[in-house]
Design a protein. Structure first.
Length: 382
């Protein structure tokens, strides 16, 4: 593919993704987040001063359980967007991923539009991004070009299917991934691009030696719609809605799995907290942050991330969680289409709705009988 065609595609993706964010139904189609609510416990709150938002991911301390997820690079205008995103990452300390670097591996004249991420953010946590079909040597070159701290490898078979110039040959993907993982000097994070990672996929990733997986589910940026509108006759419109939401993926994740990250339709600090309560270590945002920098530049994203930091602290205090990891003790009610999905997959939703009881021994079954006198040990648990 020529550098010109590759650059035009990158500009198309940004334009069409931004249009989706502005659409009336943005973030609502198949969005599992609105199917999840926290059971409110009025006396469970703690002091905001006691909340610590930092997480440890891919060998590094992240100040917030949020990251700017993979988007762009590969043209002059996407290079300018990467610059804005990188400045916001530098000023807030959040991790940032580049868009797929495949175009620059094929046309090194385009590398500058990706390198700007590291140039603007020399000490931050930066993730390089390549497609799963690239060679281990290409993956290493991508990491070197950004002096990246980790490597995202994206899996995007649905997007390729609808993309006019897309691939239709997927059988080599597991072997290709295994080779990339074996040769990589930095942690590898396998990510979807908005269609979700199933329980079987997560098990296979674990077996292939992958340490981190970003489930990137449906309900946010929709690459079926983006690629379909790049087709002359838009004939794949019936595939809109394919895949699982991030919420469904997290609910269905097997016990033996890579460390989970979540993205796909994350709109608010509450959505972030829901991913953490469902077992994710951090949540990524692409489309929403893209709109912020397109509208107001780096300053607007810095301001937004600052506001999210404050809200995350407030929400954890409200939920009685001193750290993001403590959120896995919260009680979650799941309904709507996500409950139907959970039912079909045999997921125990009643247990999720009372899991705080199992983890707080004083609230065991016997103490729910109000006529029974508590023993001293029950009143004063050690
Ligand atoms: C993306 N995404 C993406 N992912 C990836 O691994 N490599 C890439 O090059 C791109 N390119 C890209 C361009 C644009 C403009 C957008 C908005 C997104 C997918 C992205 O990382 C994420 O998985 C999905 O967008 C879902 O998250 P949001 O957008 O709903 O927050």
């Amino acid at each position: 593919m020529s550098a010109e065609v590759a650059s035009t595609r990158k500009d198309d993706h940004v334009r069409l993704a931004a249009q989706q964010q502005g659409a009336a139904d943005a973030g609502t189609l198949g969005n599992g987040f609105d199917d999840v609510t926290f059971l409110h416990h009025a006396l469970d709150g703690i002091d905001a001063d006691a909340v610590e938002l930092g997480v440890h991911i891919a060998g590094a301390a992240w100040p917030l359980p949020i990251y700017i997820n993979a988007m762009t690079g590969g043209s002059a205008s996407t290079g300018r967007i990467n610059r804005q995103l990188a400045i916001a990452a530098r000023e807030t300390g959040v991790a940032i991923a580049s868009g797929s670097m495949s175009v620059a591996l094929d046309n090194p004249s385009l590398l500058g539009s990706f390198r700007v991420i590291r140039d603007e953010n020399p000490d931050g946590f930066v993730l390089a991004n390549v497609g799963i079909e690239r060679s281990p040597d290409d993956a290493r070159r991508a990491v070197e070009a950004l002096r990246a701290d980790a490597l995202q490898v994206h899996v995007n078979s649905v997007q390729e299917t609808v993309m006019p110039e897309g691939s239709r040959a997927f059988s080599r993907w597991p072997a290709s991934l295994e080779a990339i993982v074996a040769a990589s000097d930095v942690p590898v994070i396998v990510k979807e691009v908005g269609f979700g990672l199933s329980a079987r996929t997560l098990t296979r990733l674990r077996d292939l030696g992958v340490a981190y997986a970003d489930v990137s589910g449906t309900g946010g940026t929709d690459f079926v719609r983006i690629e379909n509108s790049r087709r002359p006759d838009g004939d794949y419109d019936y595939l809109v809605g394919w895949g699982q939401s991030a919420v469904a993926c997290l609910l269905d994740a097997p016990a033996e799995r890579p460390v989970l990250l979540a993205s796909g339709g994350v709109r608010t600090p509450l959505d972030v907290v829901k991913t953490l309560a469902l077992g994710a270590a951090a949540a990524g945002v692409s489309g929403g942050f893209l709109s912020t920098v397109l509208d107001g530049g780096a300053e607007a994203l810095i301001e937004r991330l600052g506001r999210w930091r404050g809200h995350l602290t407030a929400l954890l205090a409200l939920l009685g969680a001193a750290t993001p990891a403590d959120l896995v003790r919260t009680d979650l009610i799941v309904d709507g289409a996500t409950a139907a999905f959970a039912h079909a997959r045999g997921i125990d939703l009643p247990a999720l709705a009372r899991r705080s009881e199992a983890l707080r021994p004083v609230h065991d079954d016997s103490t729910r009988d109000s006529t029974r006198v508590l023993t001293r040990a029950e009143r004063n648990p050690q």
